[in-house]
Design a protein around this ligand. Sequence first.
Ligand code: SF4
Length: 505
Amino acid sequence: MANGLTKGASEDVIRCDACPVLCYIKPGRTGSCDRYGNHEGRLVRLDPHVVLDRAVERGESVVPFLERSGDWDGTLVSHGETFVTAIGAGTTYPDYKPAPFIISSHVEGVDMVTVVTEGIFSYCGVKVKIDTDRHLGAECSTVRAQGEAVGHVTTSEYGSQMLSLGGVRHLTGGSRHEGTATCETLLDLCNGKAVELKIDDGAKVVVEAGKPPVVDGAQEERMRVGCGSATIGMFAKQWFGKVDEVVVVDDHITGVLSEHQAGKLLGVRETGIKLKGRRSTPGRYFQVAGPGTSWGGTDIDDPLKILGKFNGKQAWPGLRLLMVSTTGEQYAYFELDDDLRPQEKELPADLRESVARIEENCEPALCSVLFMGGAGGSLRAGVTENPVKLTHSVRDALTRVTCGGSPVYVWPGGGITFMADVTRMPRNAFGYVPTPALVAPIEFTLKLADYAALGGYVENVRPLSSITRDQFVHNEEGPRRLTARSDNPWPLASQQNAPKRGKKQ
Ligand code: SF4
């Protein structure tokens, strides 16, 4: 924990040593990051320290992290039902010092230890998944916040656009303002706030974890039911007999019922339809239009633009054609006139149901924000004098890593590189320091015997019950006791069935 060395012209000024900035803080003032302040000559961590409790009212956790600090007398018991998170715990700097809290507990007959620290991450970022078919920007396009480059568009996934934001290059490798804007963007996203992002030659999108994206001012409602080909496969039977041809318009794979295997097996007659774009396999077309924010993530408002002339040998006057997008949001119904040209008509009642079914099968569009950081050599040094042993312990599933008490996915390979869903963490779990870097909670939980074996700071281990209210938090607000989410694995649960590295912990 930060020591707060007294130094300077005034005896009352305190130097915060919790990060490389080493602020001098006058009485009654805070340091540059607002995390620490000078309270009556004492260096104090200003945000309340968060502990999780699962002993009481487990059924209430439908509402995430119900706050119950008001009815708590400050008593802490070490029966494994209370978990000390790193949120508000403070930071050590330099990292060879032991972590701020190394807490023992007795769980199911086993002595456990949880090492708790707020890590300072210069190497970190967020991966953002935006459920939308709409084209937000070309891959590798720069993503900006406050006009500064804070990340880029990365490979889109099924029904979603992906952004990679932050990282050491944006935090430290550009101008001071780029680093600050990047840090603010990451902090807001991780703390569940809405952030407006602008993609070069692309869309403006408002991202908020767990909320629908807003693309160019329009809130996205649904994510696609599937690609155009999959949609044909799913609904072919429902269209059979009610319409002669269906085209599901999609920026990636546009489907055509009469040519698709699903149509062939049902005996759908050839219609002489001609699609623009590149034919991949029967009934599946790539690049029928440019990417955009209209029909199926293309740039077309008029679906007929993707059709060529119908072949007169197979088409016939009166042929019924349905064109629909992958979300069912856009649709149009046509019948061929005597010259085999499509004429738009009102959608027949018996086709309305199938369009509604596409919409019904689309899940709500949301933004997902995963924090990604690495517990590097320095952070691990606060856990053990031999940092690589912590890595091995995580790899061997002896040590469980959590982020604010929430599960993480630890990547295979070197180091302890992890991802955590910020919506599973208590709100405002993240902070920053102006180096710039993000401050994120991280906890390591393992058996006490294993902790000793990996060279841990055993002499600094203390029981939960030894922590008084005053030691626990240094502000008048007191500790914040939250009910653990029932859909998160309990961090102190038996490690017996813990997954090996590379799985969610
Ligand atoms: S920026 Fe914050 S953590 Fe760093 S020295 Fe200043 S007050 Fe302490």
